[in-house]
Ligand binder design. Sequence first.
Ligand code: C2E
Ligand code: CA
Ligand code: CA
Length: 391
Amino acid sequence: GDMLLMEIANRLRVHTRSTPTGEPWCAARLGGDEFVLLMERVKSLDEARDLAAELLEKLSAPYHLAGNEIRTSASIGIVLGDDKYKCADEVIRDADAAMYRAKADGKARAVTFDRQMHLAVQARHKLETDLHRAIERDELTLEYQPIISLETGSVEGFEALLRWDHSDMGRIMPMDFIHIAEETGQILPIGNWVMHRACEQLVSWRQTLPDSQLSMNINLSRNQLIHPNLTREVSEAIHNSGVDPKWLNLEITESAIMRDMDTALGVLKELASLGVKIVMDDFGVGHSSLYCLKELPLNMLKIDRTFVSNMESNIVYPAIIQAVAALTHNMGIGLVAEGVETADQVAQLQALECNFAQGYLFARPMPPDRCIQFIKRSADGTSMIGLKRPA
Ligand code: C2E
Ligand code: CA
Ligand code: CA
């Protein structure tokens, strides 16, 4: 790694010496694998873009290090300095934003910082600061989406889904802030809040509906999974709410588990020993090995929405679901299909012997009081569920 960095630095030095005017640019390593190049007195942005294109080419040529041929690529962010900038840090921050865009767009390219990116940086900064206060300002809420048994048509339980009701931006969906919470570490207090809130909600529903056997699914992020306090916090939430842990299903994505398989295995075993159930979420898109599946203390797989939503258009998808169903049956665990939107999908899933389903067809995520109505309606047969047993 060090040799590669030195060679990259060398190419930068050699190459930036041969500037059109013959003047050397200032090149420096910022840290890690990040370098910065300061071009002074450029006449236009095109000059910077041309140099970036040349650099991309030069840096992607093979490296010969200790007898090995190595290939790599660079992502370049370009920013044009002007008197809007008060200090170098601001320029570097924006160059950084452009570089991350270059990475996100598929790497090995140069991206110029523009006004839109500027707005995005500002918006993100605002979300980050506001998120810090979201819990204390009581802006977070949970909605719940029912999970339906495909065998009986009854409501098995609910998945708790986080919403952020921002004081002036309105409702913000998890897709737009969970990743920020994860990057800033805020997901730990937020995740903990979710855990407590969802447990209390379940206890309250079970008091209102003593005959129900409702369970609660709670999403955990990878940061929570690898945090040493997780088990303690889960057990605190159980203790404080008085919920019976066997009604709790903790959902962790396949990719989060697989990224730290060794840690995950230990933590999931600890969690399982508390009596909670473990669901592998978004199954099918995160590269599990069958060996790992066998090792993990799983109670359920939740097959990713993409498989369900493509069921009717491509016969490969029902075939995959069938294979996953066979796998879960052999492992003795349950299978949930998420993102179910049509009656046709329900019929197919029933034929494939999938156990549970969740999706807009049954209900969108909703506030707690509507959930009670939903359960009552589905119990007295007046709901829209109308499941038919397969012929
Ligand atoms: P997920 O865990 O896969 O949750 C399912 C998402 O699919 C939810 O989006 C749900 O509203 C949506 N959905 C349900 N049925 C349908 C359907 O029939 N069609 C379509 N198109 N979508 C459907 P939502 O609520 O926006 O949540 C998005 C993601 O945010 C979740 O994906 C989960 O990864 C994350 N998330 C939500 N709440 C939490 C939380 O409390 N903690 C953590 N760590 N992540 C959360
Ligand atoms: Ca989930
Ligand atoms: Ca999912």
